[in-house]
Design a protein around this ligand. Structure first.
Ligand code: ZN
Length: 706
């Protein structure tokens, strides 16, 4: 074997080996030059191990499920480490090296998830006496593995299997075409302005981009070329005083995806047709049923019922919101001729929001000092779940940057989990935004020393403003909210009580319920005393004033009914198309169905011919097909779960910790070892209802129905 590749692989896969914090990658010893050869070798070794396993299968848990998991872990942890570094320690060489080997990694993952011998052995294990007596968690891992493989066509034979493969490849190609068409169209698109006066109101940063675009286009002076994308759309339609400019941008942005040469309409039509054929091949009546087979929602009927309930509640409020907006616009500027046009809605929404709830987002930063926000969050978690969170004093904990901190989580003095925090922006090497990821999960097979399993480790990446001039790092309100969201995901990862790696933490948690833990955790920021305690002005130490805190909390519901209807339009179109297009011969044109649904659902003014489908990446080049409803599904769960805490009183510490303990032992603790619906019932004693969400949004009408 190649000695250099072998040494590279050793550096890539080196981790801390002892103590409770085993399995931490030695981040700093990884160099771009190790990546290509090291990962290529890892892929070869994992493939050889996997093929050896396929050749001599023993259909028992130890003979089959464990070795598969070990191989997947070996591949996944090295790839995960490298991918993490491309996000937080980016350099071109590292990215290019990974891009080189990525196809090999994907090919092996797909080979492993599509293996017929492994599938057959799993089916054999399931019907054996060992299979019938597996623990709940193992049983679910086995069942879901089999079902997942069946949904992806492993059990098909002969011509059907060949056709399935063909469809899969064609769909990958089409989804890529869909995305590329939009990118090409964006590149070629321009909304040009030559009269400077028309720029009034547009944020400077957006104007600057348009100015340098004009220069790139060869126009040196006095022109601004706006690309038709979300940044320009928001900059112009929310802020530009010039109504005709707003109209021009609105029509261009809302009409994306149909331009000659980049027309996505035939692409999405073929995608929908092929998805239906794919679903039928693996035994489902339509693609929506296939999608829901892996989700918490029990049926398309249950999804439609929820959407209808939310719509009925939101509609009257949405109408009142639009009336309110029209009245405000008329007061400020005199009623526009013909009433509010579609391109007036974003503009006047912004003006009304400023008028009612305006606060200076930049000035607010001075109140959110990063160390204090972290302390507030950790105190909350400690109080709720009976743990202690302290920064590690162990200087040997490997990190990828000197500013990265490592925290240990203890219960009854025993360490149970750990997490990294990488708080500050590092332009040039760290991707923007904020996210969490897992480093290692709780897993019996990775146990070290006398512990029964490995300890879960998470990581948080943020882009807060770094400390400067003796002041601590400062966060925007959005950054604080995202931190709470991401920490919610981490509580499910870190507080898991499941030792089977395949079902611990977030593993096997259905896609439409995985945002429960995260959105739940965000709710604490709407509790006024808690939010106030998070704030302290960087110079004076004063907490934020009551009036501003009220504005922050109340503004969450501003125009919420119209926002809800917009999400419902997307969710209904998505569901209807994947249920009916290509199945029901009466549905001939996806756009006609979509426009029908939009007309029936939305109350804000829109163009009659407007349809988002040709630019709807979530459905046609993302993972949301027959799953867009999940946004609302998870919101309902999070609101209903938080209501259990509200019911006992958010300041009643004794009662609160009893509810929190139950939440921890069920939703956070059981991971994917049982179906999410069952876990939720264990927590709440019943299914979730939309009432709490509707009440939070002010959409619950208390007057009796007429
Ligand atoms: Zn999330």
């Amino acid at each position: 074997m190649n000695a250099a590749a072998s040494a590279s692989l050793a550096r890539l896969s080196e981790t801390t080996a002892s103590g409770p914090l085993a399995h931490l990658p030695v981040w700093s010893s990884i160099d771009a030059s190790d990546v290509a050869a090291g990962i290529a070798m890892l892929v070869d070794e994992c493939r050889a191990e996997f093929e050896a396993l396929e050749a001599s299968l023993v259909p028992t848990w130890v003979g089959l499920m464990e070795p598969v998991e070990v191989i997947e872990h070996r591949l996944g942890s090295v790839v995960g480490t490298v991918l993490h570094l491309t996000s937080v320690k980016y350099n071109d060489a590292l990215q290019e090296a990974y891009d080189d080997v990525r196809p090999q990694v994907i090919a092996l993952s797909s080979k492993m998830s599509q293996s017929r011998p492994i599938y057959d052995a799993m089916v054999q294990l399931r019907s054996s006496s060992e299979g019938k007596n597996l623990s709940t968690a193992r049983k679910r891992i086995l069942d879901e593995s089999i079902r997942g493989m069946e949904r992806s066509g492993v059990a098909l034979a002969g011509e059907q299997q060949a056709r399935y493969k063909e469809i899969k490849e064609r769909l990958a190609e089409l989804s890529n075409t869909f995305k590329t068409n939009l990118l090409k169209e964006e590149k070629a698109s321009r909304v040009a302005v030559v009269d400077e006066a028309r720029l009034a109101g547009i944020p400077e940063a957006v104007v600057e981009i348009a100015k340098s675009q004009a220069v790139d286009d060869g126009v040196a002076e006095g022109a601004w070329h706006f690309l038709v994308n979300a940044v320009s759309y928001l900059g112009i339609c929310q802020q530009a005083a010039d109504r005709t400019l707003r109209e021009e941008m609105y029509r261009a942005f809302r009409g994306r995806g149909v331009a000659g040469g980049h027309d996505n309409r035939p692409v999405l039509r073929e995608i929908l047709e092929l998805r239906q054929e794919q679903a039928r091949l693996v035994g489902f009546a339509n693609y929506a049923d296939l999608s829901l087979d892996a989700k918490m929602a029990p049926s398309t009927t249950a999804v439609w019922d929820l959407l209808a309930t939310l719509e009925a509640a939101a509609r009257p409020v949405a109408e009142a919101e639009i009336d309110d907006l029209a009245t405000f616009a008329a007061e400020v500027q005199g009623a526009p001729e013909g009433g509010l046009a579609p391109w007036d809605i974003p503009f006047w929404t912004e003006r009304l929001q400023e008028d009612r709830y305006g606060y200076d987002a930049e000035a607010l930063r001075d109140y959110f000092q990063l160390p204090r926000v972290l302390d507030g969050l950790f105190d909350l978690i400690a109080k709720l779940y009976g743990v202690e969170i302290t920064e590690s004093t162990d200087a040997t904990v490997p990190t990828w940057d000197p500013s990265v901190q490592f925290f240990e989580v203890r219960r009854n003095a025993e360490i149970i989990a750990g997490f990294y925090v990488d708080p500050y922006s590092r332009p040039g090497e760290k991707r923007g935004g904020a996210w969490m990821n897992t480093v290692v999960g709780r897993d019996r097979l990775l146990a070290v020393g006398d512990l029964p399993s490995s300890l879960p480790i998470a990581l948080f990446v943020m882009n807060a403003r770094p400390p400067a001039d003796g002041r601590p790092g400062l966060m925007s309100l959005d950054e604080v909210r995202t931190l709470f969201h991401e920490f919610g995901h981490a509580t499910q990862h870190m507080f898991t009580e499941i030792d089977e790696g395949g079902a611990s933490g977030m593993n096997l948690v259905e896609w439409d319920s995985v945002e429960l833990a995260s959105q739940f955790n965000e709710y604490w920021m709407e509790h006024k005393p808690f939010l106030r305690a998070l704030t302290a002005h960087v110079d004076t130490g004063e907490p934020l004033d009551d009036d501003t805190i009220d504005r922050i909390i109340e503004s969450r519901n501003f125009m919420v009914a119209n926002a809800t209807l917009r999400q419902l339009h997307f969710a209904k179109s998505d569901m209807a198309l994947h249920e009916r297009f290509g199945v029901d011969p009466a549905i001939d044109d996806p756009a006609v169905l979509d426009i029908e649904i939009a007309t029936a659902t939305l109350v804000a003014p829109r163009l009659d011919e407007e349809s988002p489908l040709p630019a709807f990446g979530h459905l046609f080049s993302g993972g949301y097909a027959a799953g867009y409803y999940s946004y609302k599904w998870a919101e309902v769960l999070a609101a209903d779960a938080f209501a259990a805490f509200r019911e006992v009183g958010l300041d009643n510490d004794t009662e609160l910790s009893a509810v929190a303990q139950r939440f921890q032992e069920t939703v956070l603790g059981l991971g994917g070892s049982r179906p999410a619906a069952e876990v939720y019932r264990m927590f709440r004693g019943r299914d979730a209802t939309p009432d709490a969400l509707l009440a939070d949004h002010g959409l619950l009408r208390d007057e009796p129905a007429a």
